[in-house]
Unconditional design. Structure first.
Lengths: 142, 120
């Protein structure tokens, strides 16, 4: 069992995305299947960017063994008012300045839902969000 | 099928900022967007990204999406950070005077297809 924790800072667009690239690099080094690495990396990036844009500060934790990879992302930010709506492709609460930077496609959580084998979203308005993503690592090809 | 980066340079009169040593790299598919989560939606492995977004997030999202090369449209100059980041991750970075629509049309004419064809 290996565990790594990454601190994600709110509104730090210089560092934003670096933790996910580190996650990707780590998984490549271990030698996981490229398709699985892609799915985990996309989820990590989307989750990280959500924290940077909406989450206040947060922590992203990667834990893995040979059978599964778990990615957890906790933040103390504004929370999600309607999780069902946030999972709808195209729904976005991004500010105009985020959109100018290439975000706010309304595809963050939908991309996570598409790529994770299991996703649990817990959120309370004004208190923060907790994403729990599981990826099955055993026997995946391509 | 496919096109090399060198052929792309000639087709869209591109300047190469990073990746001059990779002009024989071949791509078959293209994704075009200014929104990075839209890029991450598709199967983008080894494809060309055509975008108007010229900040470092375009590089980070491209690393995550395994994009083969990035083409900036509408004469957008990449700043130094963007060029440095692209170099760090060894992702070819180019710019063209053409608009996104025109670039996509030119690429389609030459047989390059959208990543939606990979979804099946």
């Amino acid at each position: 069992m290996l565990e790594r924790q990454f601190h994600v800072k709110a509104n730090d667009f210089v560092k934003a995305g670096e933790a996910s690239i580190e996650v990707q690099g780590l998984l490549k080094k271990i030698g996981f299947d490229p398709g699985l690495i892609r799915r985990v990396s996309i989820c990590a990036y989307e989750a990280e960017m959500n924290v940077v844009m909406h989450g206040g500060d947060g922590e992203m934790t990667l834990s893995l063994d040979a059978d599964r990879i778990v990615l957890e992302c906790r933040d103390s930010g504004q929370g999600i008012e309607d999780i069902g709506l946030a999972l709808k492709p195209g729904y976005s609460t991004a500010k105009p300045e985020h959109q100018e930077m290439g975000f706010g496609a309304g595809m963050g959580l939908p991309n996570i839902e598409k790529n994770a084998d299991s996703l649990e979203v817990k959120s309370e308005k004004g208190k923060g969000t907790h994403l729990f993503m599981i990826f099955n690592a055993g026997g995946e090809s391509g | 099928m496919g096109m090399t980066l060198g052929e792309l340079v000639r087709l869209v009169e591109a300047d190469v900022f990073v990746g001059r040593e990779k002009l024989d790299l071949v791509f078959e598919y293209c994704t075009a967007s200014d929104l990075m989560s839209d890029v991450l939606r598709g199967p983008t492995e080894g494809s060309l990204l055509v975008t108007g977004l010229n900040n470092t997030q375009v590089i980070k999202a491209s690393v995550i999406a395994n994009i083969a090369a990035i083409l900036l449209v509408r004469r957008k100059w990449p700043n130094e950070d963007l060029v440095t980041k692209a170099g760090e991750h060894e992702i070819p970075l180019l710019k063209t005077p053409y608009t996104m629509f025109t670039v996509c049309g030119k690429l389609y004419q030459k047989g390059i297809r959208g990543v939606d064809e990979l979804i099946g």
